[in-house]
Design a protein around this ligand. Structure first.
Ligand code: 6PG
Length: 457
């Protein structure tokens, strides 16, 4: 099998080594010649250089590949994807060939590109998760697109991806550019889980006066059971680290959080589609808020900054609350994928989606098996629901900030307790005559309800 790869940055280089290791012959290119040299020397040191051909331009790449060609792009999302696609067309790529965009591209660009290039080559998309380590030893691969080109390379990518209980974490999750949508939502969930862990840490650190090392031990303890997840275990490791003066490394890092955009896209798409993902949105805004601290406006509100640091937190309840809040982050993400799939007619397979997340990716977690069992699992978690409510209440009473915990408790409560929507509908009708619906499904105005009620009496 022969594949080409354009873009030999950290992800590209590691994926290249993985592809070669699995027996694929690779033709690789990067506009920076040093990147190619570095890959070659890595491949040599691992005894795999015979299956690697570094080329110095795209024409040479196209010439060396047997038709039909399969070309992977691992270049930064945005205009560069189009630049490379156009250069590849000039270099001789044609309708029988497939180009797969493997970056963190916006799925909307994927839809546009599928149309734009339909007479030039087959354009497909694939979201890849797992960072450098995943790319090298087995990432999660969320692919989408038409049958043609994928059928050629799919069996190989099933080997390149991570595997869980013998099943590959590569899947064509749905049609069109749905792979990038699924990867985008993966990142939205990633933001929520990261923030949730940070909030639990904050509660234990500032609310109960524990040191980072003590919190690391609690996280480590949890990781040995059902809560085991990649993000929890790296958090435990990070919190256990100290410099040579015994200062926790976590205390040496500025609080402002960066973002490349996928979390924001998740929130924007959810709002546009009218699908509520409050925990995911809260996580994006939590990052934005870290950049608003220490501004003049924030400093003027210092009266609100007093927080308590002696709450009695039951660790078992915290663990249960954390488990349920984590599960609810996935539930929201899956609801968003389901809604988008319906709107765009992508036919996304949710169980295949979950299969790609079982190993290799950033949001892999042992408790994903219960998510896979379906959304009904939440009904079985009464104890956890009570703990989530109690812990959220205690957390908020400390005066510290818990955006994702608070949003998640609100999400659960909204779905499981009487709604107050009737009053908002009545308000809308009162000033805007937008109409209200009665319990029997009849549409009318508030004023009509007076008559209906009179008739009933
Ligand atoms: C992954 C990660 C990866 C990357 C994100 C981080 O699945 O491997 O999600 O895609 O680390 O781009 O995004 P932010 O910079 O926005 O946190």
């Amino acid at each position: 099998m022969q594949v080409a790869l354009v873009g030999l940055g950290v992800m590209g280089k590691n994926l290249a080594l993985n592809l070669i290791e699995k027996g694929i012959t690779l033709v690789a290119y990067d506009k920076n010649p040093h990147a190619g040299e570095e890959l070659l020397s890595c491949a040599k040191s691992q005894g795999m250089a015979d299956r690697l051909h570094i080329v110095s331009d795209l024409r040479d790449m196209v010439r060396r590949l047997e038709a039909p060609r399969s070309i992977l792009l691992l270049v930064p999302a945005g205009e560069l994807v189009d630049t490379v696609c156009n250069e590849l067309v000039e270099a001789g790529v044609n309708c029988d060939d497939m180009i797969v965009d493997c970056g963190n591209s916006n799925y909307k660009d994927g839809i546009t590109r599928k149309l734009k290039y339909q007479n030039k080559f087959e354009f497909a998309t694939m979201g890849i998760s797992g960072g450098a380590e995943g790319a090298r030893h087995g990432p999660a691969m969320m692919a989408s697109g038409s049958e043609g080109g994928w059928e050629r390379i799919e069996p190989w990518f099933e080997k390149v991806a991570a595997s869980y209980n013998g099943d590959s974490c590569f899947a064509r999750v749905g049609q069109s550019a749905s792979g990038h949508f699924v990867k985008m939502v993966h990142n939205g969930i990633e933001y929520a889980l990261m923030q949730l862990i940070a909030e639990v840490y904050q509660l234990l650190r500032l609310g109960t006066n524990r040191s980072p090392k003590e919190v690391a031990e609690i996280f480590n303890d949890w990781s040995e059971g059902q809560l085991n997840s990649y993000l929890l275990s790296i958090s435990s490791h990070i919190l256990s680290l100290e410099n040579h003066n015994n200062v926790p490394l976590a205390d040496l890092i500025d609080n402002k959080v960066g973002a490349k955009g996928t979390g924001l896209w998740t929130a924007q798409n959810a709002l546009e589609l009218g699908i509520a993902v409050p925990s995911l949105v809260a996580a994006v805004q939590a990052r934005h808020l870290t950049n608003a601290c220490n501004t003049t406006a924030a400093q003027e509100m210092t009266y609100a900054s007093k927080s308590t640091n002696n709450v009695e937190i039951d660790l078992e309840e915290l663990k249960e609350a954390f488990l349920l809040a984590s599960l609810l982050a996935y539930r929201q993400g899956l609801a968003l994928i389901k809604g988008a799939s319906r709107t765009h007619q992508w036919k996304v397979d949710l169980s295949k989606t979950l299969q790609t997340w079982r190993a290799g990716c950033i949001i892999r977690a042992d408790y994903l098996d219960s998510v896979a069992q379906g959304v009904e699992f939440i009904d079985t978690l009464e104890k956890e629901s009570n703990s989530l409510r109690k812990i959220t209440g205690q957390a908020i009473m400390t005066g510290l900030a818990f955006p994702v915990l608070g949003a998640t408790q609100t999400y659960l409560a909204t779905l499981t307790t009487p709604s107050n929507g009737h009053l908002v509908q009545a308000q809308r009708d009162y000033f805007g005559e937008h109409g209200v619906k009665t319990h029997s499904g009849e549409t009318c105005h508030l004023t009509d309800l007076v008559d209906i009620d009179a008739k009933v009496r």
